[in-house]
Ligand binder design. Structure first.
Ligand SMILES: [Zn+2]
Length: 259
């Protein structure tokens, strides 16, 4: 049996999948959204376990994969899907991801994997499969599932082509890594701090009930305001990723989480 994904059913025909054997401090949220005519998977994790098969087991049909951005923890499974959409600004990162394992350090290391995906797997050899985009998404595009619609917002800053998906009818936002209830990253190689701040201001102005972030648990609008104000005060921001990862590992060991 494939137990590599934790699957949780939420309201509005939305499922959250998480890679069970990736450390909680890194694993991204994989959103499976069911519609009348077709289904979406928003982000695909690190691509080490059979995601598509798992979605089909849960009734997935006419699946389109959407990557909120091209970071390794979100787009690893993109190549499994015939349709893979994202922002043009990151097209090259999707089609020619880094082949240098050092680029994934400090996030990818032995402690990242709670169980190896296959025998003889070596964390320090982790690379991604190319996952070229088969369609581009940009600000104002609408994704139609037959009975529900998602508007694309271009929210750069965490990466140049970061997108979020907004379902106005349910006041729901899939935000990717521009905002989640954890330490936000605005200073990695492809980040732009000033765009990051602009995008957060923009999200703060939306009328939302539920925000499904790229990591950690979902939250409502009050918490969104709190996260954004924490970020602007210098909290909820990853200042130094090396130290942050070391702290997360220490914390997991202390809490007796599986290692
Ligand atoms: Zn990211």
């Amino acid at each position: 049996m494939n137990d590599a994904f934790e699957v949780e059913r939420l309201a509005n025909n939305i499922y959250r999948l998480r890679e069970r054997y990736i450390a909680p401090w890194l694993r991204c949220n994989i959103w499976f959204v069911k519609g009348r005519d077709r289904d979406l998977v928003i982000d695909t994790g690190m691509g080490l376990w059979p995601l598509k098969k798992t979605l089909i087991t849960h009734g997935g049909k006419n699946l389109t994969a959407i990557s909120t951005h091209s970071h390794f923890d979100h787009m690893g499974g993109g190549s499994d899907f015939c349709q893979h959409w994202g922002h043009k600004l990151e097209a090259e990162s999707f089609s020619k991801p880094s082949t240098n394992p050092a680029d994934f350090y400090p996030f990818v290391r032995a402690e990242t994997f709670l169980k190896d995906p296959w025998p003889d797997f070596k964390a320090e050899q982790f690379t991604l499969r190319p996952a070229p985009l088969t369609g581009y998404l940009d600000e104002g595009d609408v994704i139609d599932l037959g009975d529900r619609y998602f508007q694309v917002l271009h929210v750069p800053g965490h990466s140049p082509g970061s997108i979020a998906l907004h379902e106005e009818a349910t006041a729901t936002l899939f935000s990717g890594d521009i905002v989640y209830d954890g330490d936000l990253i605005d200073n990695a190689d492809d980040c732009d701090t000033s765009l990051f701040k602009q995008s957060l201001h923009r999200l703060n102005g939306l009328s939302l009930e539920t925000i499904h972030g790229g990591h950690y648990d979902s939250f409502g609008s009050t918490q969104l305001n709190q996260i954004i104000s924490n970020y602007f005060e210098g909290f909820q921001r990853m200042h130094n990723c090396d130290r942050w990862v070391r702290d997360q590992i220490k914390l997991s060991n202390k809490c007796g989480l599986p290692t």
